[in-house]
Design a protein around this ligand. Structure first.
Ligand code: NDP
Length: 334
């Protein structure tokens, strides 16, 4: 069926020397989820950080956090390392308008995802290093885990090594951000971009629809929708379960559940996820790999996101939303 390829190249704090970044200015472009966390962590690691953001509340937050905040083009001009921490769909436009013409020999362009480079939406000049430090963690976790000295796991990659030092530089960025505490896996822009989208469109996408279908079936059968949603996710029990997946193991944690629960899951699960489901997953993966999904998403954005808006409106009008609001009034009230 498949062979397990367990090859890896991983780096920890002890393997990485930060001195390669000591005299460099690192511009964090975008002060959102990852931007703020990285800016704070890298500064706390003793490096020089500036922020590039448009002049609004995110920019104000960066100023309040004590950073020098510049317009994106100015920050890109001042920096040695330009770390793009904008949403993936915005990156090509901002890069073209404000970053591209500030790049020159000796500079480093860094991303936290492989999307724009792998799908050819950004093509940097050959004279710069192009690297990636992509946390496997939400922004808030990137900051929290740094503060607790635990760090987070991350994927690092080199797309272009103009200086001959790109790998040491990206590992330095990972160390300063907290990524080599959790472990920095050598990866590639392709691997990150494809697997990230496949997770979103495979397992996660399926979960949303499975929860919705499960809710509909139970409610159509006459069960109290409040209890159905409470049972499914609103009680927070599922958080404990997901925590156990990460700490104990996806299947190993099953022994924390009753035998009845285990028997029910093991016999009924395979009837829900069939060969047909696997065929669909394979098609999703192929569409990601051959760039079809990226093209579709770019066309959708260029057209003003009509399908996206319709789909989003539809789910936000689903009765589930009303039930959640009712539960918010009832559960965990003092
Ligand atoms: P956010 O959505 O949190 O980024 C918001 C930032 O982008 C803000 O500073 C915002 O500024 C700025 N921004 C948004 N639109 C524009 C615009 N049109 N012009 C200028 N600035 C704009 O992004 P994330 O932190 O979630 O993602 C950043 C990168 O990190 C992405 O490459 C993502 O794939 C990657 N990543 C994200 C993870 C996550 O958990 N979120 C995990 C791992 C990687 P303002 O609002 O002021 O316009």
């Amino acid at each position: 069926m498949f062979t397990l390829n367990l090859k890896y190249e991983i780096y920890y704090d002890k393997d990485v020397d930060l001195s390669i970044l000591r005299n460099k200015i690192i511009a964090i472009i975008g002060y959102g989820n990852q931007g703020r966390a990285h800016a704070l962590n890298i500064r706390d690691s003793g490096l020089k950080v500036i922020v590039g953001n448009i002049d609004d509340e995110y920019g104000d937050k960066a100023k309040k956090d004590g950073f020098e905040v510049y317009a994106i083009d100015r920050a890109s001009a001042l920096a040695d390392v330009v770390f793009i921490l904008l949403p993936d769909e915005i990156q090509p436009e901002i890069y073209e308008k404000y970053v591209q013409n500030k790049l020159k020999k000796g500079k480093i362009l860094c991303f936290a995802s492989g999307f724009a480079i792998h799908f050819g939406l950004i093509s940097p000049p050959e004279c710069v290093d192009v690297v990636m430090e992509a946390p496997r963690m939400l922004g808030i976790g990137v900051r929290d885990s740094f503060a607790k000295r635990r760090g987070y796991p991350t994927l690092v990659a080199v797309h272009q090594d103009a200086s001959g030092q790109a790998k040491s530089i990206v590992l330095g960025i990972a160390k300063a951000s907290g990524g080599t505490k959790g472990g920095a896996f050598m990866s590639s822009f392709r691997e990150e971009a494809v697997l990230d989208l496949f997770t979103e469109q495979g397992c996660l996408a399926g979960l949303y629809d499975l929860f919705k279908a499960h809710f509909e079936v139970a409610v159509e059968a006459g069960y109290n929708p409040l209890v159905v949603v409470l049972e499914l996710w609103k009680s927070g029990e599922i958080l404990e379960e997901v925590k156990a997946w990460t700490e104990i193991g996806l299947f190993k944690q099953m022994s924390m559940h009753s035998l009845t629960s285990q028997y029910g899951s093991l016999t009924r699960g395979p009837l829900l996820v069939t060969h047909e489901t696997k065929r669909t997953l394979k098609k999703h993966l192929e569409d990601i790999q051959n760039g079809m999904f990226a093209q579709e998403w770019i066309a959708e954005q260029n057209a003003g996101k009509p399908s996206f808006s319709k789909l989003k409106k539809r789910v936000l009008e689903h009765p589930i939303n009303k039930i959640e609001e009712e539960l918010d009034k009832l559960v965990y009230k003092k």
